[in-house]
Design a protein around this ligand. Structure first.
Ligand code: PGA
Length: 262
């Protein structure tokens, strides 16, 4: 039985005051409704607002985890503009995204760099969400499963069995991110089932059955329930809809309900 996991990826949005307000609104409702009992929840502010959001989450305990959107794989040194796993932990983050579509396709990160980042996060003791997903061209060419398999195998090379409890996969078709066009529940389920088959071949049945695979790409409160009802979809990674408290909480509630229904 996998507990659903919903992440709010704030990307490069908000200012310090708005980040504090949003975190406070989320923490109040999650605590009041005990939502973290049914669903793991993390929010991913821009690096510079992590301390401000940590302050809010400490003042209002709710079980919401604090995450970062990226990290650099090295421990310290001449890497202008970058942030290490140890720095994230020092600032109170417990989870980090790696391989997000915008890092792959806008910034140009390779599978090899993403693998180093995932391993650095896990080696440092962070939980890691490895994001994967095909572009529209790749889907149209019938290469969805092949692309996801390549990104999974490359991204997870060298990950140790005892680290898998801290690993989550986010399947996010690139064409669905920020476009308002989510994958149909059936298409998403197909891709998730294939991802789980790849995880089985990498790590065995028991481990693959316990690793959560989130869906991401235009998830909203109105479409979350039908996506999360799919057997291999274990919550979601949310971009645009995570910037509005009501919308994000609606998604969290859909995930919590899905865990009781499954
Ligand atoms: P979106 O983004 O929800 O705005 O489509 C998802 C993501 O990038 O994780």
């Amino acid at each position: 039985m996998r507990k659903p996991f919903v992440g709010g990826n704030w990307k490069m949005n908000l200012d310090a005051a708005a980040a504090r307000t949003l975190a406070d609104e989320l923490a109040r409702t999650v605590a009041a409704d005990g939502l973290d009992g049914f669903c793991d929840i993390a929010i991913f502010p821009p690096f510079v607002y992590i301390p401000a959001v940590l302050g809010v989450l400490r003042d209002r305990p709710s079980g919401i985890m604090l995450g970062a959107q990226d990290l650099w794989p090295g421990p310290a040194g001449a890497f202008t503009g970058e942030v290490s796993a140890a720095m994230l932990i020092d600032c109170g983050a417990t989870v980090v995204l790696t391989g997000h579509s915008e890092r792959r396709h806008v910034i140009g990160e390779s599978d090899e760099l993403i693998n180093r980042k995932a391993r650095a996060g896990l080696d440092a003791g962070l939980s890691v969400i490895l994001c994967i997903g095909e572009t529209l061209d790749q889907r149209t060419a019938g290469r969805t499963n092949q692309v996801n398999e390549r990104q999974l195998r490359a991204g997870l090379a060298g990950v140790k069995p005892d680290q898998l409890v801290r690993l989550t996969i986010a399947y996010e078709p690139v064409w669905a991110i920020g476009t308002g066009k989510n994958a149909t529940p059936a298409d998403a389920q197909d891709a998730h089932a294939h991802c789980r088959a790849v995880l089985t071949s990498l790590f065995g049945n028991a481990a693959a059955a316990s690793i959560r695979v989130q869906y991401g790409g235009s998830v909203k409160a109105s479409n979350a329930a039908e996506l999360f009802a799919q057997p291999d979809i274990d919550g979601g990674l949310i971009g645009g809809a995570s910037l509005k408290a009501d919308e994000f909480l609606g998604i969290v509630k859909a995930a919590a309900a899905s865990s009781q229904a499954k």
